[in-house]
Design a protein around this ligand. Structure first.
Ligand code: HEC
Ligand code: HEC
Length: 299
């Protein structure tokens, strides 16, 4: 009997030892993955100085960046709260104290927005990067030029605060891909002319995060947040939108209420999209209606 206990003890002890060893190895692998540095050739984007371009940059920022970085762009604390995994603050992107703008060059902004890395070349958790990487040089230049004109706001944000558990899960691949690992680093997008066209609608859908949540094919899919369980709806004519008219689509994004009277929940950032110009919403509508009629996707 005693002997059996001894053996059980040895087996359990070895298992715990093995688990700890695996945990430690994964912890270091995860840390290495999060601290790896990347480098990309400079974009040589030249910032525009004319009022029309800066105004266009302002409009892109209000529809594209303010939802995550705050009205005054000074960053949002605990933008992601993963409980036992830790938190991520979105950065203060102004030139105020604690803002990245204090020492950022144009290329530093480009590296963050197009490649998903910080000033030191390390991965950032800005889930929007696979979308913002599709901005044309001209539009990205307008955005950066505008950001440099916004009033500086003093606000210290803390970036990534990951727990050891998060690092272990990052190594095990449970947390999904880092933006820098999935984004196409050599896309050179030429933006179509601004106007009510399928092409411009597609451009707006690509640079905004519609595909991050509604799936690559826009037929719906799971939340990009690995700790959430919601599924976003199908935006192709195979979903509800197959029964809508243009005015109903515009009204939905402006008011957050669908033609069927459903109030869209906070996972759908319609308040940001409510600021799209009429012509932009019309272009997006044209593009969505031009898509193949797909079934609701769930993964
Ligand atoms: C979906 C949310 C989201 C959107 C949309 C978004 N950001 Fe971010 N951004 C973040 C988060 C979160 C961080 C911090 C990531 C980290 O510390 O790992 C960040 C970090 C940054 C950084 C700092 C990089 C560094 O060196 O630390 C810059 C610059 C930036 N964003 C600019 C922009 C601009 C410009 C836009 C609009 C074109 C934008 N972001 C849109 C969430 C977002
Ligand atoms: C952060 C995730 C997220 C992003 C980004 C996002 N959506 Fe959504 N969207 C959702 C979710 C979740 C719902 C469903 C909300 C509900 O039912 O309460 C939704 C609902 C919708 C609906 C209503 C569909 C229906 O069948 O009722 C439309 C239209 C829509 N989104 C369009 C867009 C467009 C266009 C974009 C890009 C400009 C976009 N969404 C970006 C998450 C997102």
């Amino acid at each position: 009997m005693k002997k059996a206990f001894k053996w059980i003890g040895i087996v359990i002890g070895s298992l715990i030892g093995l688990l700890l060893a695996v945990g430690v190895v994964l912890y270091f692998m995860g840390t290495a993955r999060l601290n790896r540095t990347y480098d990309f050739p400079p974009s040589n984007i030249v910032l525009p100085t004319d009022a029309a371009s800066i105004e266009y940059g302002r409009h892109r920022v209000e529809t594209l960046c303010q939802g995550c970085h705050g009205q005054d762009l000074s960053g949002v604390e605990n933008w992601f709260d993963g409980g036992p995994l830790g938190t991520i603050d979105s950065a203060n992107i102004t030139t105020g104290e604690g803002g990245v703008g204090v020492d950022f060059t144009t290329e530093d902004y480009v590296r963050a927005i197009r490649h998903g890395i910080d000033g030191k070349g390390k991965p950032i958790f800005m889930v929007a990067v696979p979308s913002t990487a599709h901005l044309s040089d001209e539009d990205l230049g307008a955005i950066i030029a505008y950001i440099m004109t916004v009033p500086p706001v003093d606000h210290k944000t803390n970036g990534q605060n990951f727990t050891p558990l998060a690092k272990i899960l990052a190594a095990a691949g449970v947390l999904g891909d880092l933006p820098v690992e999935v984004v196409s680093h050599d896309v050179h997008v030429t933006a179509p002319d601004r106007g009510v066209s399928v092409e411009y609608g597609e451009y707006l859908v690509n640079i905004n995060d519609c595909r991050v949540c509604h799936g690559q094919e826009l037929a719906g899919g799971p939340s990009p947040d690995p700790t959430a369980t919601w599924i976003s709806p199908n935006l192709t004519p195979g979903g509800e939108l197959g029964f809508w008219a243009e005015e109903q689509f515009i009204a939905t994004l402006r008011t957050g209420v669908t033609p069927g009277g459903h109030q869209l929940n906070e996972n759908m950032p319609w308040q940001d999209y409510a600021l799209f110009y009429d012509d932009e919403l019309k272009a997006i509508w044209l593009y969505l209606q031009s898509l193949p009629r797909l079934e609701q996707a769930t993964k």
